[in-house]
Design a protein around this ligand. Structure first.
Ligand SMILES: [Zn+2]
Length: 470
């Protein structure tokens, strides 16, 4: 819907309202308030009211009424870890662990250019948005020399898709010659990475309540960046008042790498470089001992849990129940689609639940409602946006999804939240980001899905050809 329209009079402001009624609602507020049949009133880009039964009578400026019979309304999903560029290198190195997989793919990734990054971002965003994501993020850390304006291309794609977006401006400066994993030609210099990151923050970061674009400082991982880049990156982020993101404690091989090179495990290494704090979130955190989890809880450091990627790369099972018990903020991530070919977040709700039940806590590991919380409010919290999105409450931004649960896939499942999390990936009848429709009747209305399918295929083939030519 359109932004609030202002007419001539000094106090005359007409707000357009969208009303959803007759739907089950899971608000994911602090009390997990749910309604078996309720209403949501959206005014402009905010949630105005929510509750049981029909919407209040006498509302002015109602431009649309949606009958939510047979549907569940939840907050829009929040993705907290991704690498959009990998959309065009899917299906490669499918039987490798993390270090083998990275080593196999770095030479291809080093040939990325601006049209490829733009198409890959469009594909990644389209797939997530179609599945109910209203807040996306991209951790982009591959910046080949002469590749063009990759950050600008990615931000343009997010803006066109219409979702809220955090670009984690990544970097790598520890190549093979410095004991790191990436080849020498795939990295930036320390000074170059810091300057480009600062420029990206200055140019694009919007700190406002209803911001659609935010930037985080995001050196890639302990095995691909120098200690100095971590330290100076943290100083830069705090000087600018933006968040910090990286990969941490993903695999046993990474733990071994840190012990050999730094004489300590990843969490102690992050502590020594200024990388624990309530402005930091880290992807994976699979290999964490009790004191690592306590350090995350004490400092408010967040975690992006990526269950499908962890399974695909045989990394292990993150101790999410223990993290939640300790008070660690946890969100969900799909991770890059070279290690999670589907790139859908709504299926990660199910995978987080099922994979954690294979761990030590068995059936007590997680409930369906906790999984939904990870994918919504938990994600907003690790992105630093929990005051604005991630739950359905009056005054918060109108980022929400109307899931269709009355087809053969879900209609006979006893409870709507169980249907959404345990069941098949549910179709989206309507999603709103910032009050504006992104999905209608299971199709994106902001961008052309068929055109994106064609351009991603073409760019994937062009990248493969260039990489094969060497
Ligand atoms: Zn990742």
């Amino acid at each position: 819907m359109a932004a609030p329209a202002t007419s001539g009079g000094a106090a005359a402001t007409a707000v357009e309202r969208l009303v959803i009624e007759n739907a089950a609602i899971a608000t994911v507020d602090a009390h997990d308030t749910e309604y078996t049949s309720g209403h949501v009133v959206v005014a402009g880009n905010r949630i105005e009211s929510i509750g049981a039964g029909p919407a209040p009578e006498g509302l002015e400026g109602v431009v649309r009424r949606v009958d939510g019979t047979g549907h569940l309304v939840t907050p829009g999903l929040v993705n907290t870890h991704h690498h959009f560029y990998q959309w065009i290198t899917r299906g490669l190195a499918t039987d490798h662990n993390l270090f083998e997989w990275l080593t196999a793919l770095y030479p291809t990734w080093a040939r990325l250019d601006e049209p490829m990054a733009y198409a890959a971002a469009q594909g990644s965003l389209a797939m997530m948005a179609r599945g109910g994501v209203t807040t996306a993020m991209d951790h982009h850390y591959v910046f080949p020399r002469g590749a063009g304006d990759l950050s600008g291309a990615i931000i343009k794609a997010a803006s066109e898709t219409g979702v809220r977006f955090t670009l984690a401006r990544g970097s790598m400066d520890r190549s093979e010659k410095d004991g790191g994993l990436p080849p020498d030609f795939a990295v930036e210099t320390l000074e170059g990475a810091l300057a480009a990151t600062e420029e990206t923050v200055d140019r694009y970061h919007d700190a406002s309540f209803d911001s659609m674009t935010q930037i985080a400082v995001a050196p890639c991982s302990p095995f691909s960046v120098s200690t100095e880049l971590l330290k100076q990156g943290a100083e830069l982020a705090r000087r600018k008042g933006v968040r910090l993101h990286t990969h941490g404690s993903e695999t046993r091989e990474e733990e071994q790498f840190c012990k050999e090179l730094f004489g300590m495990g990843p969490t102690d290494y992050f502590a020594s470089t200024g990388w624990l704090g309530d402005d930091v979130w880290m992807a994976h955190c699979v290999h964490m001992n009790d004191s690592d989890i306590a350090a995350f809880a004490r400092t408010g450091t967040g975690v992006a849990h990526c269950p499908s990627s962890n399974a695909r790369l045989a990394a292990g099972i993150a101790r999410v129940p223990d993290m939640l018990e300790a008070g660690v903020p946890v969100g969900l991530g799909v991770d890059g689609t070279a290690s999670n070919e589907s790139g859908e977040l709504h299926t990660e709700l199910r995978n987080a639940l099922l994979i954690n039940r294979l761990g030590a806590h068995r059936e007590a590991a997680m409930t369906a409602r906790q999984a939904l919380r990870l994918g919504t409010h938990g994600g907003a919290r690790v992105l630093g946006r929990a005051d604005q999105t991630g739950s359905l409450e009056p005054g918060k931004l109108a980022d929400l999804v109307l899931w269709k649960l009355d087809t053969v896939a879900h209609a006979s499942i006893a409870d709507p939240v169980t249907a959404l999390v345990f069941g098949a990936a549910a179709p989206v009848t309507l999603s709103l980001a910032d009050g504006r429709p992104v999905v209608e009747d299971n199709h994106l209305v902001t961008v052309d899905e068929d055109a994106i399918a064609r351009s991603t295929r073409a760019e994937a083939r062009r990248l493969a050809r260039i990489a094969a030519a060497g």
